[in-house]
Design a protein around this ligand. Sequence first.
Ligand code: ADE
Length: 249
Amino acid sequence: MRIDIVSIFPDYFAPLDISLLGKARRRGLIEVHVHDLRQWTHDRHRTVDDTPYGGGPGMVMKPDPWGEALDAIAPGGQSADAAPRLIVPTPSGRPFTQAMAVELAAEPWLIFACGRYEGIDSRVVEEARTRMRVDEVSIGDYVLAGGEVAVLVIVEAVGRLVPGVLGNADSVADDSFAPGSMENLLEGPVYTKPPVWRGRAVPEVLLSGHHAAIARWRRDQALRRTAANRPDLIAALDPARLDERDRQV
Ligand code: ADE
């Protein structure tokens, strides 16, 4: 997968060199290019923003540098199966979900446009849509100072799903929000050695070697945690997919 990121703060993306994604880059599974938007400015002050039409507080990112950046990074001419998809993080976007991460992990090429201030002149997205798929995406109902941290979040969530990036493919299947038997439940508690720590014992069933009992216990725990932390997810469960034991939890 190829990832291009355009930002006025390229240094924000240093973490992409470390840990899981850093290793994936070194192994050639993910290719990341970070671009400084100001390279597509032409004035002495390398201006990227201006006052908003219609008035109001703050500044808006000018369309010119963005248009040139997208032209330079994705000049077009790719076949449909190699075409880029543009992701614009904004609190006004569609909510980013695990399902969207799975979808994006199958793309060959993602371009991220990091807005700052009050956002990017809307004509940039409008025009980009005429030549590529564009998604405006929000990572949650809060306002960050810019798109950079949102891009780190999205790239990490997507990158770990790219085939070969995780050592143990099973770890994806158990994730909270992962498609499968525990779909739409939060992951329950986990334990490792020692069996007793500060007087607290690991739940006995986990040491029993009884796989069906362990699976049942994990589902109970997942249901409890989901009910406590995300009652909205419990309300949305398909009753047809709950068994008698689920209802007792
Ligand atoms: N930029 C500022 N806030 C954001 C959010 N919540 N999600 C995505 N991009 C953002």
